[in-house]
Design a binder for this molecule. Structure first.
Ligand SMILES: [Zn+2]
Length: 111
């Protein structure tokens, strides 16, 4: 991100079309809760463009169900996360994730 770019994550309030101010909050978008701004006066919701883009990518991921191959590193088995997943979940090297075994065929990864 360049220094000149506007960082909308810093915007605590944005002007609403009703003349009031919308403050930062959680808004409903499709079946998801994402970041946005809500007007105190008319209750109009503005969705965070970054999050709506992530939801589109997430829905693509849900359709494509990416598959990865298990590899070995030393004594451990390793799976790699494809770039599409890294992007949607903002994952970084060194981050700790939680593995929640659900049953003998499914493990949930919690970020
Ligand atoms: Zn308003």
């Amino acid at each position: 991100m360049s220094a000149k770019q506007v960082d909308i994550n810093q915007w605590k309030e944005i002007p609403c079309e009703c003349g009031g101010m919308a403050s930062r909050g959680t808004v409903k978008y499709k079946s998801y809760e994402i970041r946005g701004w809500v007007c105190a006066k008319c209750k109009k919701e503005y969705i965070h463009p970054e999050d709506s883009m992530k939801i589109s990518k997430l829905e693509e991921l849900k359709k494509s169900n990416p598959s990865v191959k298990i590899r070995t590193v030393g004594q451990s088995l390793v799976i790699t996360l494809p770039k599409e997943i890294v992007d949607v979940y903002d994952l970084e090297k060194g981050e700790i994730v939680r593995l929640n075994p659900e049953n003998l065929k499914k493990i949930e990864i919690e970020f």
